[in-house]
Design a protein around this ligand. Structure first.
Ligand code: SF4
Length: 654
């Protein structure tokens, strides 16, 4: 019988033995774990032995498209890489767009899993006839862009242009903040999974398939996609780049908040990409400034102006769309005399290397974006490591003797550039920071912990948890800590999930800003719904930004039914997602993680409280929220460990 939506098979590669084997999975696995991150959780929970070294042969790395990828749905061309994170020791995953995801399915698989360690550098090559490990001696040492160009050119001799996911020098050097790159600069950056690939001496995965991806009800898929496409195309004129700062300031000043319709964000995203937030976010208190110690007062209009959104669209020569995306928030930029073809930096990158380090030199940010993308290093974590080092320097914890003579003062862009160049090469003081903030604390010692902001080792993103308690919660409670893509109060507003899912909190059209910080029980229910929904987004290969346009316009549940022929209600899908969520938490417990220890650093919770700026006077009562959140999933309120009933719902023993 033809499978619908999914391909029904995974590929298992053992690099130690040099073997490649297909495995057929029963339908029941897909009916329970769906695909993407859900399928990854099912395989990794069962097959990575307890206590496995993340950089050892027992760790597995999985490359997964989504259940919906290639089925005719929109915004569903993202792929996941999953594995035990060497950065946090927890469940690890990273998400990336581009065009790699459907190619996994076109090769016939719902996931490609790799274990073992190769005796020499190799890359995995798959097309319709060939599956083999090839010698990577020629590309080992090349940066991510060079690697992709070389492998594309080489494989062309045998057929169509392949899709490549690879590591750069940072992954080869097993930097714990390295990621995996596709499309010459799109990065699955988080959780340090580039280091896992480097530790396995796997330089790249190169795919070129032609298999058909079927949907159960193509007509229905088309109808649902037309609705989504209609809303995605709505694009009224909007303010200029610098005017976004005033919108942000207004949001800071007003005591009330309009529950946000995500269509507004979509309009900004389509016009500018994520850099739309470069000025708005600092003004409203969403961007952490000066290593989370500063505030909107330190990064006012004059400071943020150099990176106003229009600066980025002016040099954008063409929009970059991930597969099946009608918005295209990415862009390829050319700056005369500097760059001819570089990915537009993301908001996260601009603020990590900008406001977090008090650096308003936008040329340096463009340059470092390219350096880090080519090296395959996470820009968010790199920015945090630098900001941490600057504060240590300013506070006298380290001196020029430690920094190879660099004058690490706030906003010193020359020193920041030199330091990041050292980090990607693991040279001198760069080595101290090349594995992220938590490892840097171990290497520096001397009370430097005071200035480190992370959750279980993962540097959080550029969304201030004091401004949105939802970020504080998800940074602290997720199996993959410190992640901004898993939920926030604002995201919940934009999903408008209560319009299709029964029994979850409904938000009024307008509310008092202070109410977000009260009623931890309601906040936990919102958080649990966020986690469940994002589990579905990540299981289907969907884009978070697509989901922002609202559940009645971005009809994820209906797409899943039409693609597979299943007939589940939104609540039934949310229940399945809850079980996948439990499986990831159980993965952590199996590997000896104490969930409470993943809580984000005090500074990000308003401890001590800020005395000025947008987040003045705010403290997040995180412990209470965490307890209520864990209860929502049937996990122990005090420890966060899944209870017997929750565990019984998980099928184990694959
Ligand atoms: S909105 Fe942006 S990130 Fe999302 S799928 Fe489209 S191009 Fe990719």
């Amino acid at each position: 019988m033809t499978r619908k939506g999914y391909m029904g098979k995974i590929l298992m590669v053992d690099l130690s033995k040099g073997t490649i084997e297909e495995e057929v999975l029963p339908d029941s696995v897909y009916e329970k774990y769906l695909g993407g991150m859900g399928l990854g959780a099912y395989v990794l929970y069962n097959r990575i032995p307890k206590g496995a070294d993340p950089l050892g042969p027992d760790n597995m790395l999985g490359f997964l498209p989504g259940l919906l990828t290639g089925t005719g749905s929109l915004f569903t061309g993202r792929w996941m890489v999953v594995g035990k994170s060497p950065l946090t020791g927890t469940w690890g995953d990273a998400n990336c767009g581009g065009t790699f995801s459907p190619e996994i399915k076109r090769c016939g698989y719902d996931g490609i899993f790799v274990k073992g360690i190769s005796p020499k550098p190799v890359y995995l090559y798959i097309d319709d006839r060939v599956k083999e490990l090839r010698d990577a001696a020629d590309v080992w040492g090349m940066d991510a862009v060079e690697t992709e160009e070389y492998l594309e050119k080489n494989a062309k001799k045998t057929g169509k242009k392949p899709k490549v996911a690879c590591i750069g020098p940072a992954g080869e050097k097993v930097s714990l903040i390295s990621g995996i790159s596709t499309n010459k600069g799109r990065m699955a950056a988080r959780s340090g999974l580039g280091a896992v690939m480097g530790s396995k001496r796997l330089k790249a995965v190169v795919l070129s398939g032609n298999k058909r991806i079927e949907a159960y009800n193509k007509e229905e898929m088309k109808k649902i996609s037309q609705v989504c496409d209609f809303w995605s195309r709505i694009q009224p004129p909007f303010v200029t780049g610098p005017m976004t700062a005033f919108v942000g300031a207004l949001m800071r000043i007003l005591p009330t908040v309009l529950t946000q319709d995500g269509l507004l964000y979509k309009i900004m995203l389509k016009k500018w990409g994520t850099v739309a937030m470069n000025q708005m976010s600092p003004e409203m208190g969403d961007s952490p400034i000066k290593n989370w110690k500063g505030s909107s007062k330190d990064w006012g209009f004059m400071k943020s102006y150099s990176s106003n959104p229009d600066v980025f669209t002016k040099c954008e020569t063409v929009k970059f769309h991930c597969y099946s995306c009608p918005v295209g928030c990415g862009g390829i930029c050319t700056m005369e005399g500097k760059y001819t073809h570089t990915h537009k930096p993301e908001y996260e990158t601009v603020l990590s290397l900008g406001g977090l380090c008090m650096n308003d030199d936008v040329d340096a940010i463009f340059y470092l974006n390219e350096v880090l993308n080519r090296a395959g290093m996470d820009t968010i974590s790199a920015g945090h490591a630098v900001a941490f080092a600057i504060e240590c320097f300013e506070e006298g914890v380290i001196t020029k003797n430690d920094t190879d003579g660099l004058e690490l003062t706030w906003g010193n862009s020359d020193a920041i550039v030199k330091l990041i160049e050292k980090m990607v090469k693991r040279e001198g003081f760069g080595h101290v920071l090349a594995d992220g903030v938590k490892q840097a604390v171990v290497r520096i010692g001397r009370n430097s912990e005071t200035y480190a902001v992370h959750a279980g080792g993962q540097e959080p993103a550029m969304h201030d948890s004091r401004n949105d308690p939802g970020f504080a919660l998800h940074y602290s409670v997720e199996a993959t800590p410190g992640r901004h893509t898993l939920g926030s109060h604002l995201y919940y507003e934009m999903y408008q999930l209560w319009k299709v899912v029964k029994g979850i909190p409904k938000l009024p059209p307008m509310y008092l800003k202070g109410s977000k910080y009260k009623n931890s029980e309601k906040q936990a229910k919102i958080g649990a719904a966020n986690s469940r929904y994002m589990t579905l987004v990540n299981a289907t290969g969907a884009c978070l930004f697509g989901s922002f346009i609202g559940a009645r316009r971005f009809r994820l549940f209906d797409w899943m039914n039409a693609a597979t022929g299943w007939n589940l209600t939104p609540n039934q899908y949310m229940d399945l997602a809850g079980d996948i969520h439990t499986l990831k938490q159980a993965f952590n417990v199996k590997h000896g993680i104490e969930p409470m220890e993943l809580k984000i650093s005090d500074r990000a919770l308003g401890r001590p409280v800020q005395s000025e700026g947008a987040n003045k006077g705010r403290t997040i009562e995180i412990e209470e929220m965490m307890a209520h959140y864990w209860e929502e999933f049937g996990w122990d309120q005090a420890t966060g460990k899944p209870g017997r009933e929750a565990m019984d719902r998980i099928t184990v023993g694959a």
